[in-house]
Design a protein around this ligand. Structure first.
Ligand code: MSP
Length: 506
């Protein structure tokens, strides 16, 4: 069986992680867990992007060596992963020896092949900021803003990668692989970008200006341009593991699709003679007040604050339920609280408690054997079967927000079923038929809850274990088996009570 290899972007270490970074990890984790449950062999990679001008500058501002600075911030990103229940198999740092070795090997190969050549870089340079500027850095009146000090046009010898020579190939590749980029409409943006001729890519920086990078193997006076270094992480992490490359999906945000992931990376791989990934999954941005959440605008939320207040699974649920993968979403506390209270505490949390309560009151603390189904039981079972099939298909297509919407509609239907059967009334009756119906009702609600909890596993793994635990159930066999309606709980002893989503402190 081929490996399902999935990656996240690797985060810059020039600032602490925020909600946008956390979202990408959670989304990738949900896909990884889903695929494992569907029986795939999964390899899940994440990591940190540590070289370049910005990291060097941040380290200088703090007055520490770049390596020490990168070590500290990378450790912070890494520590976030278990707190978000991320099930990554590997964590790569671009300062790892294993990565640097592969970058240098590939650069040498491209140089030997003639895909890298020495040329002249011409551009506007700010001596005060020690960086080349771009047209977008100019003020609205065409002048350079004060922060850049004196700006002059200079030329500098540098190495270039022949990007332009493979432009035609890339256009053909995208035409032949219309599903290379998800969502589909983003592929059009790439083709639009490719309508203009591609310049070759400057892949070196002289060391006198930038020390913090991987030296070029064929000219040690230069270090490697940070994107050329960073993109290789997806391959370098598995270069020693036969059968893993190519990646199945690279999960990234929309800001880094064009040109790095959709143009540089496919052309780099093609030039290196390596197979291309199956696809690139592009998510949108979390916004606050209509603006992209980011460390530079100062509107970034620390994901750990939400995890501390509401628990990791509520956080994961909100991110996956709220965002339609590919589009942007506004993050507000009001939205979060509304889903937390309405869907998690009321719909799901109450169902758990009602089920436990009634099983204790009317079933002596154990789930009874179900008798013959009546119409409400048949309806609920049919609804489960269609919900499950839809849920799985939606997850396969990355439509997690709709998948969860359907699942929670089913959870509400279990609550409605309980209202209809009203076990509290049946429990008062001495009639044998009512007693049999009561047993059926208790068995049915417990089984339906077990199924809903089992389906939640990729999104809320802790909650699934929690609910199955209080129902006295040990999951066994494949996930698909677990998702089949049966009478797996007959005789299980349930817990007395369990509050899964406590009311938040005002
Ligand atoms: N280091 C590069 C990626 C190199 S991949 C070979 C980078 N780093 S980043 O730290 O700026 O961003 C990492 C990921 O987080 C990117 O995919 C980016 O789109 C994502 N997000 C950063 N802010 C975001 C939001 N506000 N919302 C959602 N995701 C966003 O780019």
């Amino acid at each position: 069986m081929a490996e399902f290899y999935i990656t996240t972007a690797i985060d810059y270490v020039n600032g602490p992680p925020h909600l946008g970074h956390a979202y990408e990890k959670v989304l990738t984790d949900v896909i990884a867990r889903f695929r494992r449950l569907m029986g795939d062999r999964v390899h899940f990679l994440t990591g940190t992007d540590e070289h370049g001008q910005k990291v060097q500058q941040s380290a200088r501002r703090r007055g520490v060596p770049a390596q020490q600075f990168a070590d500290e911030v990378s450790a912070e990103f890494r520590a976030l992963l278990p707190r978000l229940s991320i099930s990554n198999d590997d964590f790569i740092r671009t300062t790892d020896e294993r990565h640097k070795r592969v970058v240098r090997r590939l650069l040498q190969q491209l140089f030997d092949q003639g895909d890298i050549y020495l040329g002249e870089y011409r551009g506007f340079y700010s001596t005060r900021q020690e960086q080349f500027l771009q047209e977008k850095d100019r003020g609205p009146d065409g002048t350079w803003p004060e922060i850049y000090g004196e700006v002059s046009e200079i030329t500098e010898p540098n190495y270039f990668f022949r990007l332009g020579a493979r432009q035609g190939w890339l256009v053909e590749f995208l035409a032949a692989n219309p599903n290379f980029i998800f969502p589909h409409y983003r592929q059009k943006q790439v083709l639009e970008f490719l309508r203009e001729p591609l310049n070759d890519l400057c892949i070196s920086r002289p060391r006198e200006r930038l020390e913090w990078g991987i030296p070029l193997p064929f000219d040690e006076r230069y270090v490697t341009y940070v994107w050329f270094d960073a993109l290789v992480n997806y391959y370098s992490a598995v270069a020693d593991r036969p059968g893993v490359w190519p990646a199945t999906w690279h999960v990234i945000g929309k800001d880094i699709l064009v040109p790095p992931h959709a143009v540089y990376w496919p052309i780099m791989l093609q030039a290196m003679g390596l197979p291309l990934p199956h696809g690139i999954l592009v998510h949108g941005w979390w916004l606050t007040g209509g603006e992209k959440m980011s460390k530079s605008t100062g509107n970034a939320l620390n994901p750990l604050d939400l995890v501390a207040e509401f628990g990791v699974d509520a956080f994961r649920y909100f991110l996956m339920r709220e965002m339609n993968v590919g589009q942007d979403s506004e993050f507000t506390r009001t939205l979060f609280l509304s889903r937390y209270t309405g869907e998690l505490a009321n719909d799901l949390g109450n169902l758990v408690n009602r089920t436990l309560n009634m099983t204790n009151r009317f079933g002596g603390g154990a789930v009874p054997d179900a008798g013959a189904d009546g119409e409400p039981e048949r309806e609920l079972r049919v609804l489960w079967e269609s919900t499950r099939d839809e849920f799985l298909a939606l997850c396969e297509g990355f439509q997690f927000h709709t998948a969860l919407e359907r699942l929670f509609a089913f959870i509400r239907s279990i609550n409605a079923y309980i209202e209809k059967r009203a076990p509290w009334k049946l429990g008062k009756s001495a009639d044998e038929a009512d007693k049999a119906l009561l047993r059926t009702a208790l068995a049915t609600m417990a089984e339906a809850l077990r199924l809903a909890a089992a389906a939640l596993r990729p999104v809320m793994p802790g909650t699934t274990d929690d609910i199955l635990g209080v129902l006295g159930h040990q999951a066994s066999g494949s996930w698909r088996d677990e998702l089949a309606w049966g009478s797996r709980l007959a005789g299980s002893r349930v817990a007395v009570s369990r509050v899964l989503f406590p009311r938040p402190q005002p």
